[in-house]
Design a protein around this ligand. Sequence first.
Ligand code: ASP
Length: 356
Amino acid sequence: MSNNSHARGNDTRRADKVLIIYSGGTIGMIAGDHGLEPSRGFEAQLCAALEHLAAERLDTLPAFDMTETHAPIDSSAANPADWQMLAGMVAAYHADYAGIVILHGTDTLAWTASSLSYQLSGIDLPIILTGAMTPLAHQGSDALENVEAALRFAACRQLREVAICFAGKLMRGSRTRKCHTTAHDAFDSPNFSVIGDIVDYQPRLTSAACQMTRQRSPDFELANYRGMHPSSVIRVVLWPGFDAALLRQWLTNDHVRGVLLEIWGGGNMPDDPQLTDVLANASQAGVLIAAISQCPQGEISMGTYAASQGLTTADVLSGGDMTPEAAMTKLFHLLAQPIGDKERRRLFLTSLVGER
Ligand code: ASP
């Protein structure tokens, strides 16, 4: 790990410093033979770019140390073992820093942020994830602004949660989704207000962010994700004409221990006895099944329409207004815990880190 003295000189106490963990993504990519690819050694690039910040911005930036994961990746290759590895790094370093910034690819940033929220439950400092839509080295890149903003939020003592900082907005990690393929303002928090923004290069937190100041002391739930099959939880998005027999094939696969069903509107699925049977049999066999809506906004409430009766019969859990990323990583996380089915079901329905 190297020590960066750009911001405040060498007398900065360690606990005033921020740690940056670089894990890959477009932010640090370089052109390869087949397109952009992850590269190592992002720190030198970042330090050179910071030299171009206006003096008043550079002078007020928190001092930071920087490290990187063993093998920076394109986040489209991330899996639960990577979530576990990042949580382990935060757990190892958190006592020495005021906050931690994780630089990550944008494609699965929301998944990692959701998973870290559960694994780092009770975190007592800011864990800020960010990335960029264009590599730092490219003209007009959003990378430097995102890193600058993330560093400023990571130094906010009132902030005690996992959050995503992107395009000047701070969003709760377990509430955020990537919503645009190319725009710099690519992330949104569809069912929860943003928890902060940047005004005149300074971080501003909303009262929703400060709710987490009542957080407990760290009570990390570092589960052994590597001990689970990466597809222990599957995601099934219904379509008109959906065939229950296909679902049966998936649900009877030995790896499958949890299912996230994405159903219609306010909480409906086809009124099909075969589908209800498939779900009920899986539930009885111990598969944890939850449902959320395919609508990007709003929550589901099962029981409003007769067409949702099968969900209740099959003991399907309501995912409320959770994002697919938050619901799926929560199922995975709960299944990795050494707890019983009843407790898992109770915890799924409880807001653990502000995710619902
Ligand atoms: N494919 C890249 C990644 O997720 C996209 C990005 O970082 O924007 O790593």
